[in-house]
Design a protein around this ligand. Structure first.
Ligand SMILES: *Cc1c(COP(=O)(O)O)cnc(C)c1O
Length: 404
């Protein structure tokens, strides 16, 4: 492709799309086929498919060692991990949680029979702060569920202190944060328990999968008991259990994914750095940079669109990019507090001005297995071109809208 030189070159106005095969967001890394085949031959030879098989046990151990936590328990997916965590902590009543997150974070609370109470986030980090959480603590509050959004730790020290003072349990949704550090240690041992997702779009992939990590031996025993219905796997008394077992196939995939991690991290960083370099020339877009002094997984490239400076609204920019085959996405729109089953239910709290603003301005650029360094350079230049002509493109989009 030659670069766009005129506004008419843009696919949204009839030009040829920049990318023949579209670039999705999400990690989507796959292991080598021969490794995958070898692994599956092993599963077939052993005829051991699920129920805490050797691969699941190996994965539990390897993740615990990698993260530096006492216990890692792998389960079906990240949502089930959250549901089990909430049950294992024996929470009652209300749990304080952000609305600016993936629906699973909040709906897991509902599945656990608890009431999510939405807390607004910090405009700079997009995450809960202890200060915001403090205002929502009431007689029915029993826990706080923070999200390490975009792989940054969610105010762990201050939240831990606040929870101790108020006799609340603290857990984290760490779906974005595998391999990221906080204070130099890998995330996984913060709060009472942390939950990871091993979905195909995440850094560590079992295609579907989830993992609970904790340093609390008693809690780990409860988690392992709740995860399944087998009497032989009963370590402690629990009131309710579920089938949240990970299969050998999933664990095998995740073990291969763990082996690939160094290469994947390096590739993510390379693409991110290209975006970051271009971002210095993009007017009206703020790119969320790596957290200072920490190791980061570069799983997401997140931008905030300032429509006054960019000349276009976020959704207009997305339309232009998507028509070029750059499947950039808005995130968490319109906010869980604006969707059923939580919308217009005052018990969940719904005055969240920062969240509302972020839902209108945040977007993600493609990053992962399907995006090469060369692709990233082209996306960078394309965005540069679009922003240079933002106001004019917007006018044309509106004219087109008026004609149709
Ligand atoms: C992906 C994700 C989840 C859910 O994980 P699944 O494995 O898809 O169930 C939960 N929270 C956040 C923030 C996520 O990004």
């Amino acid at each position: 492709m030659t670069d766009k030189t005129r506004i008419d070159d843009l696919a949204v106005f009839g030009g040829t799309p920049a990318f023949e095969s579209p670039l999705p967001v999400g990690q989507l890394y796959l292991p080598d086929w021969t490794d995958f085949e070898r692994l599956f031959r092993g599963i077939f030879a052993r005829r051991y498919f699920t129920n805490h098989g050797p691969l699941v046990r190996e994965l539990d151990e390897r993740i615990a060692a990698y993260l530096g936590v006492r216990h890692a328990t792998n389960v079906t997916n990240g949502t089930v991990a959250l549901m089990i965590a909430l049950r294992a902590l024996d929470l009652r009543g209300e749990v304080i949680v952000p609305s600016f997150t993936f629906p699973a974070t909040v709906q897991a609370i509902s599945w656990a029979g608890l009431t999510p109470v939405f807390c607004d986030v910090d405009p700079a980090t997009h995450m809960l702060t202890a200060e915001n959480v403090r205002k929502l603590i009431g007689p029915r509050t029993s826990g706080v569920l923070g999200v390490h959004l975009w792989g940054r730790a969610c105010d762990p020290d201050a939240l831990q202190k606040l929870c101790l003072e108020n006799n609340l349990r603290l857990l984290f949704d760490a779906a974005h944060a595998f391999s990221c550090t906080w204070n130099g240690h890998r995330i996984g041992g913060l709060g009472d328990v942390e939950c990871f997702s091993l979905h195909a779009t995440k850094l560590l992939s079992a295609m579907e999968g989830g993992c609970l990590t904790t340093n609390d031996d008693g809690l780990a025993a409860r988690i392992r008991t709740i995860r399944n219905f087998h009497v032989s796997e009963s370590f402690v008394q629990v009131s309710l259990r579920i089938n949240g077992k990970m299969t050998e196939a999933q664990a095998g995939m995740a073990l291969l994914s763990l082996d690939m991690l160094p290469a994947v991290l390096e590739r993510n960083q390379c693409v991110f750095d290209i975006y970051s370099r271009h971002a210095q020339t993009w007017c009206g877009l703020r790119l969320l940079e790596a957290p200072l002094g920490e190791t980061w997984n570069h799983q997401y490239c997140v931008l905030e669109v300032d429509a006054r400076l960019a000349g276009l609204e976020r959704d207009e920019l997305l339309e232009v990019l998507r028509s070029e085959g750059v499947l950039a996405r808005r995130y968490f729109y319109p906010g869980l507090h604006r969707l059923p089953p939580y919308f217009a239910r005052p018990e969940h709290g719904n005055v969240l001005p920062v969240t509302d603003e972020l839902c209108k301005t945040v977007m993600q650029l493609p990053l992962g297995a399907r995006v090469s360094a060369r692709d990233a350079e082209r996306v960078g230049r394309l965005l540069g071109f679009v922003l240079e002509h933002g106001t004019e493109i917007r006018k044309r989009l509106q004219q087109r809208g008026a004609q149709s």
